[in-house]
Design a protein around this ligand. Structure first.
Ligand code: ZN
Length: 125
């Protein structure tokens, strides 16, 4: 898939400060904006990468502004965690994890932040 990764993105940094997360990956169009995580660490994290690539596909399928609108509406309706776009991305991100034990699974969980945009954070112990 055609995508770009921006390390130390000012957009992601603002989101990270506002949301008080230790790291964020934020997808806008076909660009993944990172803050608090290096490009290498992110790209090596198969589950996280698959999750964010799913958001890129959603942007492409629905169109830039239309997807932002649908994402926002969905979050208002069912909340961030149950947002169908996050559910889809979460499933994408879990495909490689079948071989992991429950504690490894918990440690690799990617969670959406409470933002009206596809911005995710990786929980760290
Ligand atoms: Zn997400």
């Amino acid at each position: 898939m055609d995508f770009k990764v921006v390390e130390r993105s000012p957009f992601a940094r603002i989101a990270r400060m506002v949301l008080k997360s230790s790291n964020v990956a934020m997808v806008l169009g076909k660009t993944i904006h990172l803050s608090g995580v290096s490009r290498d660490t992110f790209l090596k994290d198969e589950g996280w990468l698959a999750h964010e690539l799913c958001h890129i596909r959603q942007f492409r399928e629905h169109g830039f502004f239309r997807f932002l609108w649908l994402y926002l509406k969905e979050s208002w309706r069912v909340g961030y965690y149950n947002n169908k776009f996050e559910v889809e991305a979460r499933l994408e991100g879990m495909k490689h994890r079948r071989h992991l034990n429950p504690s490894q699974k918990a440690a690799s969980a990617i969670t959406p932040t409470e933002a009206p945009l596809p911005i995710d954070t990786k929980r760290t112990e």
